[in-house]
Design a binder for this molecule. Structure first.
Ligand code: N01
Length: 496
């Protein structure tokens, strides 16, 4: 670090994939005064919380890997959840991230005043920070269905992200509500174990088949010997996603035509029974809801002990589920594969920017940011994987690395003393939101379905252009889009 550089105090909220990444990269840049506040007793975020049978990442493993920490040991093309959790723990240990984490310490409040953030925690501690980085994840607030009688069910009942491993499912009658990506991973696993599995589908999803082949010891040795081979595998996956899937879902006609027909053909050829096929055929455009990557779901649904139910749920009773035809289905166990509330971001934390403005107030009319990461009125505060990050079916690790680079460039300027506080201009955020809205008109996400991709107004919270465009635009911060200022910091009364 040069003599003239200042060393900021940084608070990172959350020790999942993005929190680990930020810590490693900040330290590499010479920023040592940082703490990660983690509400639970383990790192890992999504992969710590989701332990359901069959949990895996539907982005190819060599792509769902930090670029600076390739992993020749992945066992399958799509890694299993516990393997991913182990990977993050190993990386965190290797880079000394654990030393920075304060476990079982959640953030109660986070208030901005005059260039500093005052962060108060569940342990009663206070931190004064120059920067706050929200690494709070996207899909971690379970969404529970609003179904009459849900609490009356007397058997075991749990959300997929709160899997109760003490419940033995062998030989049981199990009902599962929801048919998204999570359910599609669970159903093939439960089918092998349970006596009877009833899958309650409200809306069918499109599926794209992909074989989850196992890497042999020989494959792994080849990766170990020549990391360039890992890069080649990774680039092939990236090419497929960027040139095909991303273009297909953001409205480019030819990729969309090919992709849609592949999904339709897969359904046609893999489900023989026309009745069942009809039930599984969505009435919206391919890609409108997140595409499920699986070649195991349709086969599992056609096993003798599995029933796909599509007549809707009227209510839940102590014994099971009454459908809209008045028929009661009795279960020992009820699994809620009903997804997540993705637009909570750092809420319900009491986070207040300038003039005490809360996030709810800032986003009262609409969730809006500048470049997904900046909320005007919340200076020196960054949101990882915020709205309009190009989530889709791409790797969130790749996205986070780009966002991390952007943050480091801004912090570098702070360190040189160019400013004490940096805040996105409201007009820059408005213009960003308007550009998103404009691009979203052409995408399949407005293709007549409801999904977690949509905000409360029904507008998709995804990036509507290509990955390349996003990467290029994120290459260098445009300071003209920010207000910067120098501050005279006032000491806090109590600082840890
Ligand atoms: O959640 P979802 P998910 N009555 O929101 C249904 C990521 N993920 O947990 O479609 C009846 O997709 C709802 O029905 P409908 C991935 O990004 C990643 O499966 O709204 N049904 C739907 O079928 C994914 O997209 C991996 O009509 C109700 C389901 O519940 C995201 O997580 C693996 C209902 C919810 O589907 C979310 O997937 C798994 C009700 N009242 C997941 N309420 C990776 O591999 C909801 N539903 C990285």
């Amino acid at each position: 670090m040069s003599q003239t550089q200042r060393d900021p105090k940084v608070v990172i909220i959350g020790a999942g994939m993005t929190g680990i990444l930020m810590t490693i990269k900040l330290r590499e840049a010479g920023i040592r005064d940082l703490v990660i506040l983690e509400k639970t007793d383990r790192i890992g975020g999504t992969w710590r919380e989701n332990t359901y049978p069959g949990v895996a990442c539907d982005v190819a493993a060599h792509m769902y890997t930090y670029s600076f920490e390739l992993n020749p040991e992945w066992s399958h093309r799509y890694a299993h959840g516990d393997e991913i959790q182990t990977y993050f723990e190993k990386v965190a240990r290797k880079y000394g991230v654990m030393d920075a984490v304060s476990f079982n310490e959640s953030v109660d409040h986070c208030h901005y005043h005059n260039g500093k953030w005052d962060v108060g925690t569940s342990k009663g501690r206070r931190f004064e920070a120059d920067f706050v980085i929200n690494c709070t994840g996207i899909l971690h607030h379970p969404a529970y269905p609003n179904i009459k009688g849900l609490d009356s069910f007397e058997g075991a009942k749990f959300h997929t992200a709160r899997w109760d491993h003490s419940v033995d499912l062998a030989g049981k009658r199990v009902g599962i509500i929801g048919t998204g990506s999570t359910s599609a991973q669970i159903v093939p696993e439960l089918q092998k174990k349970v006596q009877k599995l009833t899958v309650f589908q409200r809306t069918p999803h499109w599926l794209f088949p992909s074989e989850n082949y196992r890497y042999s010891e020989q494959d792994k040795q080849r990766f170990r010997d020549k990391p360039e081979r890992i890069w080649r595998t990774r680039r092939t996956n990236e090419f497929f996603l960027q040139q095909f899937i991303t273009k297909a879902v953001t409205g480019q006609k030819l990729p969309n035509f090919i992709f849609s027909n592949l999904c339709k053909a897969y359904l046609r050829f893999s489900v023989g029974d026309p009745e069942l096929r009809k039930k599984l055929t969505p009435d919206y455009r391919v890609g409108c809801k997140r595409i499920i990557i699986s070649n195991q779901y349709y086969p599992a649904l056609q096993k003798e002990n599995v029933e796909l139910h599509t007549d809707g749920i009227r209510e839940i009773t102590p014994k099971g589920v009454i459908d809209n035809n008045g028929v009661e289905h009795e279960f020992d166990v009820l699994v809620l594969a009903t997804g997540f509330n993705p637009v909570s971001y750092m809420r319900p934390m009491d986070m207040r920017g300038e003039n005490g403005q809360t996030i709810d107030e800032a986003w009262e009319k609409k969730i809006a940011t500048y470049r997904s990461m900046f909320m005007p009125g919340f200076p020196n505060n960054f949101l990882m994987l915020g709205p309009n990050t190009p989530i889709g079916n791409y790797s969130v690790i790749a996205m986070s690395e780009v966002q991390c680079g952007y943050i480091l460039k801004l912090m570098e300027r702070w360190r040189k003393g160019e400013f004490d506080a940096i805040d996105a201009k409201p007009e820059a955020a408005q213009s960003f939101v308007a550009r998103m809205k404009d691009g979203l008109k052409n995408t399949v996400w407005v293709g007549g379905c409801s999904s977690w991709y949509l905000d409360g107004d029904g507008d998709p919270i995804l990036w509507p252009y290509t990955w390349k465009q996003w990467e290029e635009e994120m290459e260098e911060p445009n300071l003209a889009d920010f207000n910067t200022s120098q501050c005279e910091p006032e000491p806090l009364s109590k600082t840890a």
